[in-house]
Design a protein around this ligand. Structure first.
Ligand code: PEP
Length: 251
């Protein structure tokens, strides 16, 4: 049985002071009525402050980062390493978000290096895949997404895969207000699970959590969560609106 998993990707929003206030307010409002695993992914500069509040206020949430480099240290000005994230008590890390792929040219090869490095440092990756509108309209969405899964997971061991979360996020639905229909989203998540079964085995595929992401909001979360192969959500815009995010978590 896969535990539902909802993560909030704050993207490049909130100063560390705003992050402190938001996390305190969140801790006050949030009741984990659904037994769902919940993760907050603030910007790097707020990780430490958010972690302190999670610990001191005993908030039932995990901490995630939005990105990382694959090396432990070295001459990579401006980058943050998996070692640094582990030392801060970060548990999850989003890898290969479509905004990283689009604006920072992250290829499947880079995503693969980062996923491997995350596992090496005991971080659990939330690996993002998803097609553009042009690819969806050409009818090649499934082929494209399954190729991403294949290339991004190249050489990754079965024992690690069990700790992997995959976020299926159609690029055309991110931050646009357009959501994939729950049927279409579930079809893609099922196809991803079949692909994992083919690469590894059905038992492993059964353990991997697959989130949907793309304009998730209080009005569509229940239907998405009722689908057979959608195990949770990666939430962007709505995760920095306290009322919306807590409503999503009470789907
Ligand atoms: C995201 O950032 O992963 C995302 C899905 O954003 P939004 O919910 O705003 O579409």
């Amino acid at each position: 049985m896969r535990k539902p998993f909802i993560a909030g990707n704050w993207k490049m929003n909130m100063t560390h002071l705003e992050a402190i206030k938001f996390t305190q307010d969140f801790g006050y409002e949030f009741r984990n009525s659904k037994g769902c695993e919940v993760c907050l992914c603030p910007p790097f500069i707020a990780l430490r402050s958010v972690k302190n509040i999670i610990d001191s206020d005993r908030i039932e949430v995990k901490l995630g980062a939005q990105n990382m480099h694959w090396e432990e240290n070295g001459a990579y000005t401006g980058e943050v390493s998996p070692l640094m994230l582990s030392a801060l008590g970060v548990e999850y890390v989003i890898i290969g978000h479509s905004e990283r792929r689009e604006y920072f040219f992250e290829s499947n090869e880079v995503v693969n290096k980062k996923v491997k490095s995350a596992f090496k440092h005991n971080l659990k990756p939330i690996m993002c895949v998803g097609e553009s509108l042009a690819i969806r309209e050409s009818g090649r969405a499934e082929e494209f997404v399954l190729c991403q899964v294949d290339e991004c997971l190249s050489g990754i061991e079965k024992k690690d895969i069990e700790l992997l979360t995959i976020a299926y996020e159609p690029v055309w639905a991110i931050g646009t207000g357009k959501t994939a229909t729950s049927g279409d989203a579930n079809d893609m998540c099922s196809a991803i699970r079949r692909k994992i079964a083919k690469i590894y085995n059905p038992e492993t595929a059964d353990m991997v959590r697959i989130q949907y992401g793309g304009s998730v909001k209080p009005s569509n979360i229940s239907e998405l969560m009722s689908m057979s192969d959608i195990d949770g959500a990666l939430v962007g815009g709505a995760s920095i609106k306290l009322e919306d995010f807590t409503a999503i978590l009470n789907f």
